[in-house]
Write a protein that binds this ligand. Structure first.
Ligand SMILES: [Mg+2]
Length: 273
């Protein structure tokens, strides 16, 4: 295993279910985020959330690093003068939205889009209401929807999407319809290139199947479990040693896993080497 002496690290993290719990609480990770900021280690959100939602999180957390939204549909950041930039990496919401109806017809089951949920349904399913819900519903390049309840329908839906040059990925609460080439891993590769940071080493953190491309792209990859343990789709990577398991759910586990890495991150020495 290569020791990454002298390499800069990025912490690239999913938000929902990983840094945040099911009530969107990330307070237990605040001190660790501050520590990373003090040491000049970027913390890069890589999430299903919209840019508006991540901007709100950045205001609350004081983060100024670039970020990846809508499961890799776009990357965002700030220029040296503080003005924002963004780069879209796949088809628009306007192109994707009618395709969800087509896929529902192919599947023979209704697929309810996030933008079609009533306030009561959204509150029950997502714990979101009011302005927070509207920020989640205003998509640019992905269509979240309520996934079919059974695994067989979910697998078939993925195949149907592939046949139409699309992709369906599963997040921690919703499915997401994306362009075929859109993923968190590809967005990270584009972001590295754009930032002139091809050599940077990545500590990747995620909790759900939609994080697999990010976890596979990481130089070190941490699975953050939920209250009932890690997502079964990430178990293979844990069993074969590709991924490590954080010692607790959500922000507590996130903070513990990152803190465990900080000595290595600071010295450029990989603590597992
Ligand atoms: Mg997640």
């Amino acid at each position: 295993m290569t020791t990454k002496l002298g390499r800069q690290w990025w912490v690239v993290t999913d938000l929902d279910g990983t840094l945040m719990d099911h009530r969107y609480d990330w307070a237990p990770a605040l001190e660790t985020i501050r520590l990373l900021q003090c040491r000049g280690i970027p913390v890069i959100p890589c999430t299903s959330k919209t840019a508006e939602e991540v901007c709100r999180f950045r205001e609350q957390s004081g983060l100024r690093d670039p970020f990846i939204v809508e499961n890799g549909g776009a990357i965002h950041g700030e220029n040296a003068d503080g003005s924002p930039w963004q780069q879209t990496l796949g088809p628009s919401w306007q192109e994707l939205r009618p395709q969800l109806t087509v896929l529902a017809r192919d599947l023979g089951q209704p697929l309810q889009a996030l933008d079609d949920l009533s306030d009561q349904e959204a509150d029950r399913l997502l714990g979101l209401s009011g302005e927070a819900l509207q920020q989640a519903q205003r998509r640019a390049c992905s269509v979240p929807f309520v996934s079919p309840p059974d695994g067989e329908s979910r697998r078939r839906l993925q195949q149907l999407a592939q046949a139409r040059q699309l992709a369906v990925v599963q997040g921690n609460r919703l499915g997401h319809l994306l362009g075929a080439d859109v993923s968190k891993g590809r967005a990270l590769a584009v972001l590295k290139q754009r930032q002139g940071a091809s050599d940077v080493a990545v500590l990747a953190l995620g909790d759900s199947p939609n994080d697999l491309p990010l976890l596979h792209a990481g130089d070190r990859s941490i699975v953050v479990p939920g209250a009932k343990g890690p997502h079964p789709a990430l178990q293979d990577g844990l069993d074969n040693g590709q991924f490590q398991l954080a010692p607790a759910p959500h922000a507590l586990g996130w903070a513990a896993a990152v803190q465990r890495w900080i000595p290595g991150l600071l010295d450029g020495v990989d603590p597992l080497d």
